[in-house]
Design a protein around this ligand. Structure first.
Ligand SMILES: *[C@@H]1O[C@H](CO)[C@@H](O)[C@H](O)[C@H]1NC(C)=O
Ligand SMILES: *[C@@H]1O[C@H](CO)[C@@H](O)[C@H](O)[C@H]1NC(C)=O
Ligand SMILES: *[C@@H]1O[C@H](CO)[C@@H](O)[C@H](O)[C@H]1NC(C)=O
Ligand SMILES: *[C@@H]1O[C@H](CO)[C@@H](O)[C@H](O)[C@H]1NC(C)=O
Ligand SMILES: *[C@@H]1O[C@H](CO)[C@@H](O)[C@H](O)[C@H]1NC(C)=O
Ligand SMILES: *[C@@H]1O[C@H](CO)[C@@H](O)[C@H](O)[C@H]1NC(C)=O
Ligand SMILES: *[C@@H]1O[C@H](CO)[C@@H](O)[C@H](O)[C@H]1NC(C)=O
Ligand SMILES: *[C@@H]1O[C@H](CO)[C@@H](O)[C@H](O)[C@H]1NC(C)=O
Length: 337
């Protein structure tokens, strides 16, 4: 038994001693100490059973205060369960439909659970207070359900590192408070929805490592991206609408696609720190403005760029591997023009 299991076990024993007092006469005195709401308690017991009573949930002991259990949090004023966070667990099964019976949840996390399979249950739409949903590094599959757009308070949605397939539901852009959307590392196909031009907030959008194809909709010009990562897909055509002089962009990753546009024409936001357009068919020259950036990563290799590499700023901190395999780029760190 390792140290954390030992801690867990002693915690459990303490809980049992302190709170498991089954005689009716003691109920009155207990009432003030047990904060757990009965409906939440029942829902959690149902979730535990549906997941096959895994060792990971050993602290979820019958007739104890669920506000003291691991992997959940109670709101300090309402005493309702507002967070369910299951991380790095050896659990085999599906996300239980009973999660829909925890109506006060604002945070729902299942992460790093290899053997969590199946789809996202539609009962999740009962959880109107959710602001954060992370179902990632799991093996969920099937289409990404469009009913997720009913979770109108969502600020952070992470479905990365799964086996989701099919196309991206266009309804996700109607989430008014969404600021982070991770759909990367799935098997998504089809085009980026036209509706993704409708995001209300400045947003970080991660779509890399899928099989997305077609052109980026012109509508995306209207969106203020903090991060736009569409690397490793099969996108083509123009990507210049993702660049904006006065935008918030810190990360632009278009790498390993088939983009073809004139880089000379793009305007670059002054916040840009991570810029990877490698492995495309991008032509023209590198804009002078990149010398004014606090660049942490730069890669324009394997394109069709030409002309002198702008000299100055942090640009020459990067070696030739950031610039090689272009049509006729020249100047430091490549050969002189
Ligand atoms: C997942 O399931 C496989 C096969 O049933 C099992 O060998 C493995 O231990 C399970 N758990 C994890 C964390 O991989
Ligand atoms: C996961 O749990 C199963 C069943 O309890 C066990 O056989 C297996 O060894 C565990 N796997 C890991 C990686 O801990
Ligand atoms: C999904 O399952 C496969 C094998 O069943 C495993 O190799 C892979 O690591 C799993 N993915 C995740 C993110 O756990
Ligand atoms: C959602 O955004 C609106 C408008 O910006 C704001 O009033 C509201 O508090 C936000 N909701 C949450 C849960 O953050
Ligand atoms: C993308 O599609 C190709 C076939 O068109 C397939 O071979 C490949 O495995 C897919 N890649 C991903 C990440 O789904
Ligand atoms: C950026 O500038 C354009 C015009 O130059 C303006 O229409 C737009 O509102 C500005 N966007 C932001 C986020 O300031
Ligand atoms: C790219 O745009 C620049 C600036 O408008 C122009 O001078 C150049 O000819 C264009 N390059 C190509 C290859 O079209
Ligand atoms: C840029 O990308 C190329 C091609 O993928 C790679 O060989 C090179 O190492 C990258 N440069 C840096 C600085 O990571």
């Amino acid at each position: 038994m390792d140290a954390s299991s030992a801690t867990r076990l002693s915690f459990l024993l303490t809980l049992l001693l302190l709170t498991f007092i089954p005689t009716p006469s003691s109920c009155r005195s207990l009432a003030t100490t047990v904060r757990c709401n009965k409906d939440d308690y029942n829902a959690l017991m149902e979730i535990k059973a549906a997941l096959g009573n895994p060792y990971h949930l050993a602290s979820w002991v019958a007739n104890t205060d669920c506000c003291d259990w691991y992997d959940v949090e109670c709101d300090s004023t309402t005493n309702r369960i507002d967070q369910l966070n299951i991380f790095q667990a050896n659990i085999t099964g599906q996300i239980p439909a009973a999660i829909g019976d925890l109506p006060y949840l604002n945070t729902l996390v299942f992460r790093h659970i290899t053997n969590l399979t199946g789809t996202i249950p539609s009962t999740i739409t009962n959880l109107k207070l959710l602001t954060m949903v992370r179902l990632s590094y799991t093996n969920l599959s099937g289409p990404i359900p469009s009913f997720l757009s009913e979770l109108t308070n969502l600020d952070y949605l992470d479905l990365s590192f799964n086996q989701f397939s099919g196309s991206i539901p266009s309804s996700l852009s109607s989430l008014p408070n969404l600021t982070v959307l991770h759909l990367d590392r799935n098997d998504l196909t089809g085009e980026i929805p036209e509706s993704f031009g409708n995001f209300q907030q400045s947003i970080s959008l991660y779509l890399s490592h899928n099989n997305l194809s077609g052109e980026i909709p012109k509508s995306l010009e209207a969106v203020d991206f903090v991060t736009i990562d569409v690397g490793r897909n099969k996108l083509e055509g123009d990507g210049s609408m993702l660049f904006k002089a006065n935008g918030s962009a810190e990360t632009i990753d278009l790498s390993r696609n088939q983009f073809m546009f004139n880089l000379s024409m793009v305007e670059i936001a002054s916040n840009l720190q991570y810029f990877d357009i490698s492995h495309n068919k991008i032509y023209g020259s590198i804009p002078e403005a990149i010398t004014g950036l606090n660049l942490q990563y730069l890669n324009v290799s394997y394109n069709r760029l030409c002309g002198e590499i702008p000299q100055g700023g942090r640009v020459q901190n990067f070696d030739s591997y950031s610039f090689f395999h272009n049509k006729c780029l020249c100047g430091s760190p490549l050969a002189a023009c």
